[in-house]
Ligand binder design. Sequence first.
Ligand code: FEO
Length: 408
Amino acid sequence: MPEEFFTEKSKDAVKICDDVYWVGAIDYKIRDFHGYFTPHGTTYNAYLILGDEPILIDTVKRGFFGEMLSRISSVVEPEEIKYIVALHSELDHSGSLPAILKIAKHARVIASEKCQEFLKLHHHNLNLQVLTVEDGTTLKIGNMTCTFLNASMLHWPDNTMLFLHERGILFSSDAFGQHLATRERFSDQVSNDVVMYEAKKYYANIISRYAAVVTKKLNDLLSRNFNIEIIAPAHGVIWRGDLKGILDAYLKWSNGVPEKKAVVVYDTMWGSTARMAHAIASGIMSKGVKVKVFNLRSTDRSEVLTEVLDACAIVVGSPTLNNTMFPTVADFLTYLKGFKLKNKIGAAFGSYGWSGEAPKEVLDILKSMGFEVIEPPLRTKYVPSEEDLAKCQEFGTKISDMVLSKTA
Ligand code: FEO
């Protein structure tokens, strides 16, 4: 529902369970989250634990301070907040820290050493009274018991999680988040397909770069035998009910097990590379391998990456423009390179006029990423003939055979 239909009451805190409230903000308008396309907006989740000593967990992006304050004020006088936990210094979560500290003047900030270091570099001249926590630190705050867990590199080096023992809530910071702006606050209130797609997209674009760390941290978390009933991330809806789906998905994604699936991604100038892309895709499909085809002019790189995450093969097509690859393809490959994906097959193709450097350039980049590449790349001069399209189909069949043998 559009934001303008909201009543004032919608700026109230949302109760998660006894003594715990969501006091964050909903950003319906954001479409670019540091290079990640967010067609459904996002939320900045802040939480309030109203035990004997009120604890605020994280804040919101600076422009949303009023919304957070309104929600806090609906359940407690903001001046009464005794502690503010900073799980992560990135500005979507710490942007309103200076403003809330002007009101909750005596609140003590709780943060890891790394988070403090980063907070000081984001908020110059902020005089923080900080209580430092380390991995495994347990604090008894009034009638609430909080254990802090190092979640370094899930997304930045300073990410921390907090487990609230009395309520079984894991405040997971960036992990398990989704960029999804909805009035609903819980995973069981929205379509499972929607929330799992957004969680996967978020994992691919925000978390996956350090997949090995994710596996280790998740196993470490699960080995602590905490009775986790709710996972409250920094973005999107709060996970409750059956948590196995999201936990298993994280383990699967971080283990990098490829599916019988290929992604064909391309740009095209006069439609020739597009025709090659679809002929290659039909060759891949002929043996039962799933294929997703994307034109980079109509699909954002963050959405392509979401499908690349669990694909076994990535097939990249580029026409040659001015003796090099097409700019959108270079953009996509630069983005892809940052994620250090493993265990993938790479292939390249493209139509050209007279020099035709692009497919080889693309293949060299895929090779430099450690992909098992198919050589030589497939090229077509100008418009593909029926014979050329048959070669594309054959190329697709070869990719399919490799996928099947890798995923057998
Ligand atoms: Fe939503 Fe890494 O911050």
